[in-house]
Design a protein around this ligand. Sequence first.
Ligand code: GDP
Length: 728
Amino acid sequence: MSAVVEPTKSPNSPNREFTLERTRNIGIAAHIDAGKTTTTERILFYTGLIHKIGDVDDGNTVTDWMEQERERGITITSAAVTCFWTQKKEAGLYKAFEAVGHRINIIDTPGHVDFTAEVERSMRVLDGAVAVFCGVAGVQPQSETVWRQATKYKVPRIAFVNKMDRTGANFENALNDMRTKLKAYAYPIMLPIGAEDKFEGVIDLVNQKAILWGPGDVTNEGLKYEIKDIPAEHQERAKAGLAELIDAVSNKDDEIANLVLEDKPIEPAILKAAIRRLTCKIELVPVLCGSAFKKKGVQVLVDAVVDYLPSPLDIPPATGIELGTDNTVTVETNDANKFCSLAFKLWTDPYAGKLVFFRVYSGHLKKGDTIYNPRTRKRERVSRLMVIQGSERKDINEVFAGDIAALVGLRNITTGDTICDEDLDVTLEPPTFPEPVISMAVEPKTKQDRDKMSEGLQRLAEEDPTFRCFTNEETGQLIIAGMGELHLEIIRDRLFREFKVEANAGAPQIAYRETITKAAEGEGKFIRQSGGRGQYGHACITIQPNEKGKGVEVENKIVGGSIPKEYIPAVIDGIEEAIKGGVYAGYQVIDIKAQVTDGSFHEVDSNELAFKMAGIFALKDAFKKAGPILLEPIMKVELTTPDEYQGDLIGDITRRRGMIINIEAKQGQTIVNAQVPLAEMFGYATAIRSLSKGRASYSMEPLTFEQVPNSVLTTILDAASKKPAART
Ligand code: GDP
């Protein structure tokens, strides 16, 4: 670590380098193209630079930097990257250069917002976010969506109006957009000096200083800035801006309100502390501006991350469920407690291999320790711990509460798993993964790629527990199944980008399920006598509905030997095979109990195959008598729309066999909760865009499976009888 960064110790853990107060876990959220990647890159550039200054004499050359820059391209797409930032200490701001080091973990947030589980998980592991907006376009429709997600998951934010150097950049417009479209209580803490090609600096309102970049070109050390008195022509704006900021803060903060009432001076440090309090409570959004591309305003932004975004101690502690009970457990952020962490992302690093990124909520973990996964009830030894730091992969020995790191080489952990001390049976996230609701057949564009493709798909399935892939035995096709159209599209895209396999895909198919409504008995016989040794298998079974969500249970009830013991597994195999393949329309059967009750055998002709066939026939026979029904996935859909489109959107949902659950008004937007069959949601993204001129957004997640109404059943059965393609 660089000498400039001052390590700060914690009494509980002598090896800790940065106290919790000096740790930030942040995400950078933005509309595509607003500059998320560039901003992240620039933060790494400047924080890396500070880091480098510590070892000044090694003569950084241009090539050094270019290489590192290239490297960064890879690292910033990683799940989390760690950097360090040295700030000048509060009291002597801009005078004394006593260094205060902070550790900042930047967590990648999903660019798409439809997979609630993934969004929720990434929102959960970060404590605050920088929302990046384009200074020209202001608040674009997708920024509204990203913003609402952050509001929903209670993530404190600061806003960065980027691209101030571009023609048409207008800070005031972007700010107004935030206030009107996002209903944000947004107030500038920095005002731009100039814009477009005259974007020369910013006014620091709190300190009433001007930060000027000067005429120099961007060098390998970035842009140097000078802190000066505010030029005369900007003084009025600066004063008005500060007054507006104080007014906004005093409306919500008693300490500042009292100072205003008593007409006392408000010291910058006091004002900053109040802004921090309100930002952490999500009552205020401080707004800054800059040009990530031109490296302007980035240092100031990182200062603001440290000044205003919460440390792990400023947010409510995580909660989990004690395994096997409904008891909620609070996981306090403290090194002295038992180790408890959440694996939030699996990532394959081109150099280090498979990494499991995790966030520690309590306790600490050392290399050589044994960890426990309550989902699998398996233990594993930690042989290597790593962080991605700037452009390097760095081995570390220990990780503490509130921090983020990666485990290397562990096999039995998947996204969403809790990793903890052995005697802590707590899960931070429910360990159940939903059934896929949609599937499609995929094949590689070129035949030789088939092996590469199935290996790639297998790897992706390991990373994402809601994604599955398998081969359809009937057709030999590779089938991928997941939580929605977009989910599978992204899988195909990753297959192409990460494994260089282009896949052709069939039309998406709904993953219907079959079940029964009453108990029934069934009999299956497989008897062949064609000279020589024949075949003889005979089984009787009963089936009945199982509780919803309980899955399939098959058991043997024969005690008297009507089927010899050695053939019972074959009968059960047959039953299970028929259940997988479906009876009614070729879709997997769920939620039934089956019992083998009776049968008969032949001394010579009986064999396993014959009993397996008898099992298949018996299940099919019983199933047909048990009031079979077809189930379809029902999605929980949440629409957020400006009021004026509400009527049209609700009408559209009703036409899609949807049921409106409730409608609420929230911050000038209408939120509609509905349940809609997935089969009716194809192409919904386009429909909602055209119905609301791009202003409404939606998210959906699988909720349950419900019986397909008769009016739609015939169509599905007809299609099923014609096409045994991509069913799950
Ligand atoms: P992302 O999609 O949000 O990750 O956006 P990127 O960081 O990839 O930026 C999208 C485009 O905008 C790229 O061509 C960038 O070079 C450009 N860009 C990003 N920040 C700025 C900026 O501050 N000024 C200008 N002029 N262009 C920018």
